[in-house]
Design a protein around this ligand. Structure first.
Ligand SMILES: Nc1ncnc2c1ncn2[C@@H]1O[C@H](COP(=O)(O)OP(=O)(O)OP(=O)(O)O)[C@@H](O)[C@H]1O
Length: 775
């Protein structure tokens, strides 16, 4: 092959593997696009594509793997002309290696029409993101493309820019756009929200073109009218698109560009049959682009059947973390009972006053969590049982910042681009790594920073480790925010709001403020901050284990030299019964410390009992202290989650008619390494794409349930949202390690623990027939 070497977007393409089934036709290349660190316009964005250090160079690079036919690389070289060259050497390896200059990513240098450049610039889009750069050239060549990139990295414009460029050129050739014209572009999306968002991206980037968004749950009339007027771009969900094809309103005979966005999700929501029906109706002469996070058998089959010699671009890469680097990941051990009460503190401390999305497994949980938050934070629920209109209202209000916490099922996880979401909370573990990535990817978008917190119970600790392995990430394990942290964050957020008070308004209050300062000094301002933060009453202490109010968590640590054996929950109760029987009576959750070198346990006590206990003299070798942060704790029950066993809950419930046995999802099988992803795409595989969620979900979400707007109010932690109110059941379910009653109120005053001396249940060490005290 010919070799040329010059500055291009592609710095090196070298064979990383020969495809086992098809070596003669295809070679898999590893493609690196280099950006000089010195002038890398995407440095701030490096998170999105995991820019790493290129070997032997100080450049940052991102990797793309691409599958070429032998000729295709030559075509690529042609297409790179004007954007910089591409070096193909004799061994077929493309190597060049200079850095991409800022110019080559500059949208004014891509040959786009002036009007397109202007609208993009108005939207703050001046430089291509890496996936956009990688897709641009082959897309402009007319290649069919299969692509994958991390969440929030600009996939929509990756297909949008070349399509808009193509439409611009065609319209200049044909002259003005005529009424009643048929669509040239069809974009299929799995959810209505995503479809609307993609349409919005097209509309805002090219307002001079006509777009229509076709999805269920709303009137046919508007959609039919816009189609009859003539459109350039149709974006929609498969169900309603089929309906409009069938009633002859939507005619696809002139479609030149097809995009399948989130193709794997089409399968998950049961649209595969509809997608195939639609694709059959498209002109054979067209360009197709398929974006998919995973490659289940059905998507592979779809690609083989409907795409022509597709070029595969994978910017996620093998062994790499699947999440954008700007997303900080935390894991928070908690209990089922305390989850809800912790939420508002997490939002306060980690959300820093911005937007947060809490993901639940079930629609019911989404409603209940949103309701529970209402006391302290304005929140709304979003799930499939909420009418389409309400869903749109809710999303718009959230986008506009009218409320700050969205509680959603996974319906909102895929593809939604909501600006400035600072925090994601996984209220339940996701069912598969892919769902985790997509939920978390609602923050840290377009190079911004964000945080995602995974809440898990002690019994799910191993699942969290599996998730780390599957996603290639590391969690920082945290404790629930302390009272101090919550107060500090609340105060900081209140202070931030003071900056926007109108000067005229301040004038009205100045005389009173002056008087207050003279009378009370700094206390006046502190009282105002406390009130504005919602803490006009002092916060009560809370358990670190269950987050229950009025309860403190203590740690018992025993010197092994004084110990006869290992600590157990029973021995802790027995020990307390000897030191201070009231403490043994009132003890709550007990958990053992997970440290081979330390014999320790943490346990909860009502505040006043704890204060008494701390005054007691302890036998030698034992220490009890109040703690502010939980040490690593031992697992206390087998894992209870669906991770790796099922795909998402909403999906299961929506498809229950066709999947009554809740078959395991193939999503997890699909969430594999990059090389698997690539070979999946190109192998003549067995097409084992049994559709486990096989029902057709037309129009989808029927029943309407409104979630009214709420406003923040109330004094934090003084409401009756204590887990104590739901206590008993949850406590019993979640605490295998202690046999005591859940009630701190002492409903059951009988001794439920075991003797610290003889180990038998039902009596205290002080009542033990063995009178010798030897602990
Ligand atoms: N070149 C660019 N410069 C600045 N902003 C951009 C650029 N390209 C895209 N964006 C913005 O980045 C955000 C994320 O883009 P987009 O929604 O296309 O990401 P995505 O990769 O499709 O994410 P997901 O996988 O979550 O669907 C959008 O708000 C988009 O307008």
């Amino acid at each position: 092959m010919a070799c040329s070497s010059s500055t291009v977007g592609v710095s090196s393409i070298c064979p990383i593997a020969a495809h086992p089934n098809d070596y003669a036709k295809r070679t898999v290349y590893h493609l690196s696009l280099h950006f000089s660190a010195a002038h890398n316009p995407l440095r701030a964005f490096s998170s999105g594509v995991r820019l790493g250090s290129a070997s032997g160079s100080s450049s940052n690079s991102f990797s793309a793997s691409a599958v070429f036919t032998p000729n295709s690389s030559v075509l690529s070289e042609e297409a790179f002309k004007g954007l910089g060259g591409l070096g193909i050497e004799e061994d077929g390896v493309l190597r060049d290696v200079e850095s991409v200059s800022v110019d080559e990513l500059d949208i004014t240098k891509l040959g786009l029409s002036q009007r397109l450049v202007e609208t993009l610039e108005k939207r703050g889009i001046t430089q291509l993101f890496p996936i956009q750069r990688a897709v641009l050239v082959p897309a402009l060549e007319g290649r069919d493309i299969i692509a994958r990139a991390k969440t929030g990295t600009g996939k929509t414009l990756a297909f949008g820019i070349p399509i808009l460029k193509g439409l611009d050129e065609a319209s200049q050739e044909r002259g003005s756009l005529r009424r009643g014209r048929l669509p040239k572009v069809l974009v299929l999306a799995p959810t209505r929200e995503l479809a609307k968002q993609v349409e919005k991206e097209f509309k805002e980037s090219a307002p001079y073109l006509s777009t229509a968004c076709i999805y269920g749950g709303v009137s046919y009339l508007t959609q039919e009218t816009s189609l009859s007027r003539g459109v350039d771009i149709v974006v929609g969900t498969p169900g309603r698109i089929i309906d409009l094809i069938n009633n002859n309103t939507l005619k696809l005979g002139e479609v030149q560009y097809l995009v399948l966005d989130e193709a794997d999700q089409m399968l998950a929501v049961g649209f595969e049959e509809d997608v195939e029906v639609i694709l059959e109706k498209l002109p054979k002469q067209r360009q197709s682009m398929l974006f998919s996070a995973t490659m289940p058998g059905w998507v592979k089959k779809l690609a083989r059947k409907f795409l022509k010699d597709p070029l595969t671009i994978d910017l996620v890469g093998d062994q790499e973390e699947k999440l954008a680097e700007g997303i900080k990941l935390f894991a928070l051990p908690t209990t089922a009972a305390s989850k809800r009460t912790i939420l508002s503190d997490l939002v306060t401390v980690y959300g820093r006053g911005g937007k947060a999305i809490i993901f639940t497994q079930t629609k019911r949980d989404a409603d209940e969590v949103s309701m529970a938050l209402t006391n302290s934070i304005a929140s709304e629920a979003l799930h499939g049982d909420i009418s389409q209109h309400q869903r749109e209202r809710t999303l718009n209000a959230f986008r506009q910042g009218k409320f700050t916490v969205l509680v959603a099922t996974d319906v909102a996880a895929r593809g939604l681009d909501i600006p400035n979401v600072d925090l994601i909370i996984h209220y339940e573990l996701p069912n598969d790594p892919e769902t985790f990535v997509h939920r978390s990817g609602r923050t840290g978008r377009a190079g911004k920073e964000g945080a995602a917190i995974l809440m898990f119970t002690g019994s799910q600790r191993r699942t969290v480790k599996s998730l780390e392995r599957d996603v290639g990430c590391r969690f920082e394990f945290i404790s629930p925010p302390s009272v101090q942290e919550v107060l500090e964050s609340s105060a900081a957020q209140v202070v931030a709001t003071l900056g926007v008070v109108h000067p005229n308004s301040i004038e009205y209050f100045t005389p009173t403020a002056q008087k207050l300062i003279e009378e009370q000094g700094v206390n006046a301002l502190a009282a105002a901050l406390a009130t504005l933060s919602g803490f006009s009453q002092p916060p009560s202490t809370r358990s670190l284990i269950t987050h229950e109010q009025g309860v403190v968590t203590l740690q018992l640590t025993r010197d092994s030299a004084y110990s006869r054996g290992y600590l157990s929950a029973r021995s802790v109760t027995g020990f307390l019964s000897d030191v201070y029987p009231a403490a043994a009576d009132e003890i709550g959750k007990i958990q053992l410390v997970a440290d081979e070198n330390v014999q320790g346990a943490v346990f909860d006590l009502p505040e006043e009992i704890a204060a008494e206990l701390l005054k007691k003299e302890l036998p030698p070798g034992n220490a009890i202290a109040k703690i502010t942060k939980l040490p690593p704790l031992q697992d206390d029950a087998p894992a209870r989650d669906f991770y790796g066993r099922f795909s998402n809950n909403e999906r299961r419930s929506s498809s229950s008619s066709s999947s009554p046995r809740g078959l395991p999802s193939n999503d997890r099988r699909s969430f594999r390494s990059s090389s698997d992803w690539l070979s999946d795409v190109n192998e003549d595989g067995d097409g084992d794409d049994e559709n486990i969620f096989g029902n057709k979900r037309r129009g989808g979400y029927g029943r309407s349930s409104s979630s009214s707007s709420r406003s923040p109010s109330g004094n934090r932690w003084n409401g009756n949202n204590s887990s104590r109110s739901r206590g008993g059941g949850d406590w019993l379910i979640n605490d295998r390690s202690s046999s005591r009653s859940p009630s701190f109120g002492g409903r059951d005053r009988g001794f439920g623990g075991a003797c610290f001396k003889c180990g038998r249940a039902g009596h205290r060490a002080s009542d033990c027939p063995n009178s010798r005290s030897d602990y």
